[in-house]
Ligand binder design. Sequence first.
Ligand code: SP5
Ligand code: ZN
Length: 345
Amino acid sequence: MITFHNPLQHTHAPEHEFFRGERVPCFENPTRAAYVEAALTARGHVLHPPDVDCTEVLAKIHAPRYLAFLASAWQQWLSLGEEQNRVQPFPSVWPVRTLRSDIEPDNFIAKLGLYSMDNGSPLAAGTWTAAKAGADAAASAAARLAAGERAAFCSTRPPGHHAGPDFMGGYCFLNNAAVAAQWLRDHGAARVAVLDVDYHHGNGTQSIFYDRADVLFVSIHGDPRTEYPFYLGHADETGAGLGAGCNLNLPLPAGTDAATWFAALEQACARIAAFGADALVVSLGLDTHEGDPISRFRLATTDFLRLGARLRGVGLPTVLVLEGGYAAAELGTNAVNVLEGFEQA
Ligand code: SP5
Ligand code: ZN
């Protein structure tokens, strides 16, 4: 399987996030990608840098004012004073119900709140550079399918599936999986299925495609009543308008074991088969692993071989896009296991 990496991922390196009122080191950090790259290299995979510019497709996924904000956010932050360079910006105010989000305020922190779903997506100097390069990697992987490749993997960091049309969230800034899906739509695929197996519901991807009939979104994730992102991902969200019936959420309780998880995967695959897609994009979160520090499913390292094999069984040209996974030292092995399970099936 052809593999892509994001050579600029390390430029996104915020130091801390908030947890229960305290600053803690970021779970989503550059060592994650280093482990994936080391494991891929050790098993003989050649990592390709992105060779496609996703700018055109990005504009179909994200709002222009959000992209403009993200691209200039660090410069705007520094314009408040050079000393801001040593501090991470966090939003402190959000346009929740009854407040207006149509007018972009001038104040930087107010803009940051407008374009954020949480305070858990810290910005750093290289965030835009890294996010854009990651989205380029996703588009590059999709482009290889259009060129006839059976499957492609991209080691994207930062992740993407919580990023919606006009907001960041959950460590995500640009929706890499949505970029891959839209790229495939624009280059010959009439229908694309997105299967999200990250522990957390892919609220951003769901929202981007919710009213579209050409992209099916299917997600297996921790029940949002107890798990992030909390405010989306319930089973009764089935799509709207033209997209009615083109969204399937399979929430599972925290603590779910591999047997139950793979039964949900069968349901997901059945829905994808019925949809009649021309290509598959997998939001490959590996935070379903039993050792994950922020998640509560119980998949073992060998279960990722089985996942890879089942994904191949779907029988479609497939892009695998890395999402979460915070047991960093196990992340490389888990990722490579999915790839090898896929290749050996
Ligand atoms: C892409 C992705 O997997 N994003 C996940 C975002 C989760 N954000 C909430 C993190 C809450 C951290 N809880 C720490 C629990 C430590 N025991
Ligand atoms: Zn996750």
